[in-house]
Design a protein around this ligand. Sequence first.
Ligand SMILES: [Fe+2]
Ligand SMILES: [Fe+2]
Length: 196
Amino acid sequence: MSELKTPHAGDDKSRDDDVVSLLMRQHGDIRNLFDEVERSKGEERRDAFRRLVRLLAVHETAEEEVVHPFVRRSIEGGEQVVKDRLAEEKSAKETLSTLDDTDTDDPKFMPQLMMLRRDVQEHARAEERYEFTHIRRSTDATNLAAMAKAVKAAEAMAPTRPHPGVESGAKNVALGPVAALMDRTKDAVRKAMGNG
Ligand SMILES: [Fe+2]
Ligand SMILES: [Fe+2]
């Protein structure tokens, strides 16, 4: 069986002080996790799907807390841009919750996963085009780094590597339901932004 490789937080430390690079890398991690879910089976698929759900949850939470507020106040027409992104996120979350109730071995799982993948990818492309490209132009390195710090605090809540082994056993703790994970992520992000 071929080894599954997923880029992981910390593999690319060089641009972690730039919130846009960091979020783009997360979009890549999400894409790779979709691939991993698609090409695995049984327990391995269940595990990959769990990691995908967690990463999506913390990524979207970080964007809601960090990116959208910035776009709203600093970019022309930002109010409407954020409204459009939130509508996309809502639709992706609905698909996600249907999928979360379906066993990964159920024949209905793959078609639903494809729908989610399409929603998530369209959403990511729109963010890159209408938000990310404007963020770099609208602020300085200090602020990009401050936002990156908050996104990294969120990312720490969602390990993307397959089955943490003995060497990282501490990370193998069950993270609980997605809603609770989002709440904890929100707290971590707000604390990193200095207003938690
Ligand atoms: Fe998003
Ligand atoms: Fe995103």
